[in-house]
Design a protein around this ligand. Structure first.
Ligand SMILES: C[S@@+](CC[C@H](N)C(=O)[O-])C[C@H]1O[C@@H](n2cnc3c(N)ncnc32)[C@H](O)[C@@H]1O
Length: 283
């Protein structure tokens, strides 16, 4: 079988299995077994796959047909231009979370704090904490997660990408040493209402960790916790930058509606949906 035939047949199989963007997925999987970047496959389109490559591709396609995320099959996901290791213990980093990283970096650039102290609440693969540590080299970045398995992945990523991040294992702020005070806290917490999880795409429902998805009955549990607990961990004038689910903006503005919170701003993702909140504590 040639490379182009493998892509065409793989794409058709994935389309039948209900996979979104089947051609792109087939190219990524063929590229992986040939150890060639997807965009260079065209130069090798008439090359024959070896038996080992053919069998490896069969296994990849079988997993993707069963709706395992392509990032789990490849073992990596791209975030903010860098490659992160991922597995079933961490949420696959999403493009909209790159927008939260970008907004956070803009917030830091606009502030007069030269060496900010930051926290990533619910770090998963470490994508936010590591990106902030690398893009804002004067920052000291802390990250917390309740999942030891997720934290192990985040540590591998931090070490591979040479990002100085201090990791803490445990339940939110209770896992942090007393005395820390942050200039800013970023978080993409679990925000799916519990009863909606069963109706998600199989890639998410069956392969992202439940701990990363379940935000309680209304999906708002972590925002309520952050609204009441974060002020004690923020310096005067410090800020929170949060990702939330489509349709939750009004709930978030209500939850963060009273003192000491002020200066709320909501931003949209690339599809025009309101997905991020930045808010300050009184200075
Ligand atoms: C939606 S994922 C976000 C992961 C990563 N920050 C990202 O944006 O890709 C939420 C993360 O919060 C963690 N988490 C859930 N409950 C937590 C808690 N009580 N304290 C700390 N982390 C928690 C989960 O293990 C998961 O890694």
């Amino acid at each position: 079988m040639t490379v182009i035939e493998a892509i065409q047949q793989g794409s058709a199989r994935l389309e039948n299995a209900g996979v979104e963007s089947p051609r792109l997925n087939a190219e990524l999987l063929v590229g992986d077994v040939l150890r060639i970047h997807r965009l260079s496959l065209v130069l090798d389109s008439r090359r024959e796959l070896t038996t080992e490559q053919f069998l490896a591709l069969e296994e990849h396609l079988r997993r993707r047909e069963a709706r395992e995320p392509v990032q789990h099959i490849l073992g990596t996901a791209e975030f903010y231009g860098r490659e992160f290791r991922v597995n079933r213990h961490v949420l696959v980093p999403r493009p909209e979370t790159e927008l939260l990283a970008e907004w956070t970096l803009q917030t830091l650039a606009a502030s007069s704090v030269e060496a900010p102290c930051l926290l990533d609440f619910g770090t998963g693969s470490g994508c936010l904490a590591i990106t902030l540590a690398l893009e804002q080299s004067t920052a000291s970045v802390h990250a917390v997660d309740i999942s030891a398995e997720a934290l192990a992945v985040a540590k591998v990523n931090a070490s591979a990408l040479k990002a100085p991040v201090t990791f803490h294992l445990g339940d939110g702020f209770a896992a942090l040493p007393g005395g820390l005070q942050f200039d800013g806290i970023v978080s993409n917490p679990p925000y799916i209402p519990s009863r909606e999880i069963a109706g998600l795409d199989p890639e998410v429902r069956d392969h992202d960790p439940l701990l990363a998805l379940d935000g309680g009955a209304e999906g708002l549990e972590f925002y309520r916790r952050l609204a009441t607990e974060a002020p004690a961990w923020l310096k005067p004038g410090g800020w929170l930058a949060l990702e939330f689910g489509d349709g939750q903006a009004a709930d978030l503005l209500r939850i963060f509606g009273g003192a000491p919170w002020r200066g709320a701003e909501v931003r949209k993702d690339d599809t025009g949906r309101e997905r991020m909140l930045r808010i300050f504590v009184a200075g």
